[in-house]
Design a protein around this ligand. Structure first.
Ligand SMILES: [Mg+2]
Length: 147
C-alpha cells in the first residue's frame, strides 16, 4: 500500500512547540515563523518507531504542507526528517500544499481538510481523534486493512 504520513501533529509535535513559544513570548503572533521552529519539534510519542515499522511493509511517504509563514520550513522539515528518521527517509519527503493531488491508499493526518485532505482518493485516518488517539491505534488499524 502507498501510505502518506503527515508531519506536523502526526510525526512532529507542532502544538507543544507553538504553546511553549506563546508562553515565553506572548507577543510573537506566529511562533511557526521563528527560525528553527520546525527543525526543533519533538517527535510525537511512538511516531518514529511506527514510521519505521510501516516502511518495512509498505510504500510510505511523509506528506507535509509547507508553512507559508516560514520559508525556512522547507529546509527545516528536510533536516527534521534526516535527524529523526535517517538520511534514507529524506527521499520519502514530499512537501506539497495540496495533499489531494497525491495518489495513494492511506493518508494519516491530524487535519481532515484545509490542505487537500478532503479530496484525497484513499482512506484518511484522522490522527488524534477519538479512534486514533495514539500511533499504536493507527498501526493496529493498518494491519487490518485489506485491498
Ligand atoms: Mg498536520
Amino acid at each position: 500500500m502507498i501510505i502518506y504520513v503527515d508531519m506536523d501533529g502526526v510525526l512532529a509535535d507542532y502544538d507543544k512547540a507553538f504553546a511553549e513559544v506563546k508562553s515565553h513570548q506572548p507577543d510573537v503572533t506566529y511562533p511557526q515563523s521563528l527560525p528553527q521552529f520546525f527543525e526543533n519539534l519533538e517527535p510525537i510519542d511512538g511516531a518514529i518507531d511506527a514510521f519505521k515499522e510501516l516502511s518495512e511493509k509498505h510504500d510510505v511517504y511523509i506528506l507535509t504542507a509547507p508553512s507559508n509563514r516560514n520559508p525556512l520550513s522547507y529546509t527545516e522539515k528536510r533536516l527534521w526528517v534526516e535527524n529523526h528518521l535517517g538520511f534514507e527517509a529524506t527521499e520519502r519527503l514530499i512537501i506539497c500544499s495540496n495533499k489531494g493531488l497525491l495518489k495513494g491508499d492511506i493518508l494519516i493526518d491530524d487535519n481532515i481538510d484545509g490542505k487537500g485532505q478532503e479530496s484525497f482518493e484513499g482512506l484518511v485516518f484522522h490522527f488524534g481523534n477519538e479512534t486514533f488517539t495514539h500511533w499504536s491505534k493507527i498501526l493496529n488499524k493498518i494491519s487490518l486493512v485489506k485491498f
